[in-house]
Design a protein around this ligand. Structure first.
Ligand SMILES: C[S@@+](CC[C@H](N)C(=O)[O-])C[C@H]1O[C@@H](n2cnc3c(N)ncnc32)[C@H](O)[C@@H]1O
Length: 262
């Protein structure tokens, strides 16, 4: 326990850095340690908390403390139809392989723009029988996804006709997702660094723009988990800046940022 001790700031920051890595695989190295420091100070003043005591709450796995910490250290930046070439690959592959009820896992889906983009792409292509597991470790992100309320800035990549079809204006700057679209998503809080297993394996897995925050060892552990839960011939999509460098035996490259399980 750290409370009451007189550790210098850098040592305390180091404790937080190790905890972020050990519990969630999120790595703060080099200049990023300064970013972590800023984030911790912000968190302390926003929640009026004392960083020594708060660290103890995290170590004892206080759920409220974990939510506050995760909200601060994760980067949830996302928007509708981000890296949208993947959605076309997905639709074509479902049609080509005649998959009747595709099961899709959108891991690290942040506030939901990504799984909702997947659902819209499928519906617009005449595919209506599918389910998407949308998961993230950040509870606040899941709450936003559940509410389905989005600021206009998130829609810049979306065709206005599509926007009108699947969203209703809620206020001057916010739109909410129509209930029909929400029904395709099953939301779950999942930490990619846990050893995850599901009742059914997935036809497709999206795990985009999160691997960059993990160490090399963490990345390959997470990729193993994803591959284990992917059906043979299924596709794994990663972010375009996250090409998998040491490809596991079970994966073949399919497009610049998608991999097929053999
Ligand atoms: C930059 S967003 C990416 C969102 C979306 N996939 C996209 O490409 O737009 C990264 C997300 O990864 C989540 N994340 C970070 N570490 C995680 C972990 N260990 N397990 C699950 N999700 C995690 C964060 O909470 C955040 O919502």
């Amino acid at each position: 326990m750290l409370s009451g001790s007189k550790l210098p700031d850098d040592i305390l920051v180091n404790h937080y850095k190790n905890l972020a890595y050990k519990s969630f695989g999120i790595q703060f190295l080099g200049a990023k340690v300064d970013i972590l420091k800023i984030k911790l100070n912000k968190m302390a003043s926003a929640h009026n908390l004392e960083l020594y005591n708060f660290y103890d709450r995290l170590v004892s796995e206080d759920p409220e403390a974990i939510d506050i910490f995760l909200h601060q250290i994760t980067v949830g930046h996302t928007y509708f139809f981000r890296e949208n070439a993947h959605f076309e690959i997905l639709v074509n592959d479902i049609k080509k392989r005649s998959i009747r009820e595709p099961l899709i896992w959108c891991a690290a889906s942040s506030s939901g723009e990504e799984p909702y983009s997947i659902a819209i792409s499928l519906l617009e292509s005449g595919i209506a029988n599918f389910k998407i597991l949308a998961s993230d470790v950040n509870l606040n992100a899941l709450k936003t996804m559940n509410k389905g309320l989005y600021h206009t800035s998130r829609f810049e990549n979306m065709d206005p006709v599509i926007k009108q079809t699947y969203f209703k204006r809620a206020s001057q700057y916010y739109y909410s997702v129509i209930p029909k679209l929400r029904e395709y998503l099953v939301l779950k809080r999942l930490n990619l660094h846990d050893s995850l297993a599901f009742e059914s394996m997935f036809d497709y897995i999206f795990c985009r723009n999160v691997l960059i925050y993990f160490s090399e060892a963490g990345r390959s552990k997470v990729i193993d988990t994803l591959v284990r839960n992917l059906l043979p011939k299924g596709l794994l999509f990663v972010g375009h800046s996250e090409a998998i460098l040491s490809l596991p035996d079970k994966l073949d490259k399919d497009s610049p940022a998608s991999y097929r399980k053999n």
